[in-house]
Write a protein that binds this ligand. Sequence first.
Ligand code: CA
Ligand code: CA
Length: 144
Amino acid sequence: MNIFNEQEQERIREAVAAAERSTSGEIRICVERTCKGPAMERAISYFNKLGMAKTKLRNGVLIYLSTEDHHFAIIGDMGIDKVVPPNFWDSTKEAMLTHFRKDELVAGLEKGIHLAGEQLKKYFPNLSDDVDELSNEIAYGEEN
Ligand code: CA
Ligand code: CA
């Protein structure tokens, strides 16, 4: 059984599509049930496995979440890392945490996607010839 049902997947897919309308950045969600090892390491590993370093402007963002033990991490590619302040993602993570603490996983992800999109558009405004470089579908990790 999938972690998220069809309706929940649709909400997440739509949140990603909406965020990407105002930025050339690409946001991807990766979930699995449990996180083996530090969330940041898992996130980096999936970032690479999903080919997220292949965007033209190197502006892919991955939000990783383990749904049962509630670990999560947000990472941005080097194009983003170069231009943003070091605490760039902290407020986004805080906002997501308030939902995760109430077990509102989809709402937390939607919030994170929305805020990441807001921040991305400051540095990477949408281009008229924008291409959807990374799928808006949820990626499922190995621990499912
Ligand atoms: Ca795009
Ligand atoms: Ca996309």
